[in-house]
Design a protein around this ligand. Sequence first.
Ligand code: PEP
Ligand code: MN
Length: 342
Amino acid sequence: MIIVVGKEASKKQIDYIIGKISELGLKPLYLPGTEKTVIGAIGDERVLSQLNLESLSCVEKVVPILKPYRAVSREFRKQDTIVEVKGHKIGGSHFAMIAGPCSIESQAQFREAATRLKTLGISFVRGGAFKPRTSPYSFTGLEGEGLQILKEVKEETGQIMVTELMDTRDFDAVCAHTDIIQIGARNMQNFKLLKQVGQGNLPVLLKRGYAATIEEFLLAAEYIVSEGNPNVILCERGIRTFETAYRNTLDINAIPLLKQLTHLPVIADPSHGCGKRSLISPLTKAIVAAGADGAMIEVHPSPETALSDGDQQLNIEDFAQLLVELRPYLKLAGKEFPEARP
Ligand code: PEP
Ligand code: MN
């Protein structure tokens, strides 16, 4: 339920409504605005009928939310949510390019990747310390040592770091080292993990499960936002289809549909979305044309030696070329992209 309150409403009146929502066992969400304030009541909204909210003088309207997801829906909030990290924005007209190796493999490898990306103007750097791998015999990440490297490089370059959290027990350690927490495709429905990052303060980059519907994806985001963390970035990363010519099928449809259904920023990951280096450049242009608020691209100083996902990582030179080629697409899409230098 959305309760729209006029700008003349006093703090006492707003507190009264919020208090009543809590008393009835629902979760209140307070979204102040300059013209109107929106108060959300998340939960079984049938109980709200006993409050007769429309009769309160400060209440302009009470609107039920029809979708199963509430706080993340466009019905709940019309304007785009803009996630801001260290002065850099994702969402609305702000495009974010997140680049970096699949895994943090050593201090030298990650440092080289981050510093060379910095010379291209890249502010958001990715790198996995905990790696979800299909085979237990594959490289599963440097774990704590990887987090340490991430933090050292972050302090040296001042870039914004994104790394994956796979287990609730590593939550404090990951929070202490990164700027944005990634929840990977395999954990999109790890509800304990979602609740935990929802109770934290760091922005969350939530990747779509490769067998998850759009509704399941949005409900996973709802788990995070309904716990109190509004800073969620959705990432389409490819789904499983019958096609075996590439690793996954990047679901371009998902980008404009998600933008219609939710106010959260929507980015896409062409690297995992196809698994093939030669497709990354055209797919990145396609996601920009489809309205994405950002891209996550795997970039490695020497992909041929990479310990994970070597086939889909770009080298720095090819990534730099992609940035140049992307500029006209971003311009047409009306996106500001401070990172893309001429
Ligand atoms: C990753 O980004 O490193 C990753 C493992 O992605 P996904 O969870 O989408 O497979
Ligand atoms: Mn990878």
